[in-house]
Design a protein around this ligand. Structure first.
Ligand code: PNS
Length: 162
């Protein structure tokens, strides 16, 4: 069984993430989506909400398993015998840090990182930008799945009312 992991914060999942997960799901028998918990980062969505949104949008692929993880990605991989990390590369600016992480992770446990070039349609896309643009009332419905868009608009309205 060939396994790989697509890791990230997914706060929330975007069409750019989905593009990478879908392509990984065509290359591997099982794709684990790991929602990494970062205690220093206050998210807009809880880890449970992020998992729920990923599960719902990835159900169509049939071989995607979504879990959260607190700690190093290499430990997530070791515990599940996952030999490969799949990451999307949006632009050259992503490369420096991604290369550092890939080399560190391989040095730690031998886990390999495979870089997939993001579709040009999504090369500018990030969860952070989507949240920022949406918070000023601009339409981001073409950048995230419809169910995620619905939840984002709802959450931002709740936050604005506080
Ligand atoms: O969606 P993001 O925030 O760009 O994802 C970054 C993430 C979560 C994949 C990366 O920070 C990560 O792998 N964190 C887990 C902790 C870890 O293993 N750190 C050492 C990396 S060499």
């Amino acid at each position: 069984m060939r396994r790989a992991v697509c890791p990230g914060s997914f706060d929330p999942i975007t069409n750019g993430h989905l593009d990478i997960i879908e392509r990984a799901s065509q290359l591997y028998d099982v794709v684990h989506v790991a929602v990494l918990i970062n205690k220093n980062k206050q998210g807009l969505f809880t880890i449970e909400e992020r998992i729920e949104m990923i599960e719902e949008t990835c159900a169509q692929y049939g071989n995607v398993k979504v879990e959260s993880h607190h700690g190093l990605l290499v430990d997530f991989c070791r515990d599940r015998e996952i030999p490969a990390i799949v990451k999307g590369l949006r632009a050259v600016s992503d490369f420096d840090y991604e290369l550092q992480m890939a080399q560190m992770n391989r040095g730690l446990t031998g886990v390999e990182t495979l870089f997939v070039p993001t579709s040009p349609t999504y090369s500018f896309l990030s969860s952070t930008l989507v949240k920022e643009v949406a918070s000023y009332g601009r339409d981001v419905s073409h950048l995230i799945p419809p169910m995620v868009h619905h939840r984002l608009v709802e959450r931002l309205a709740e936050r604005a009312a506080q």
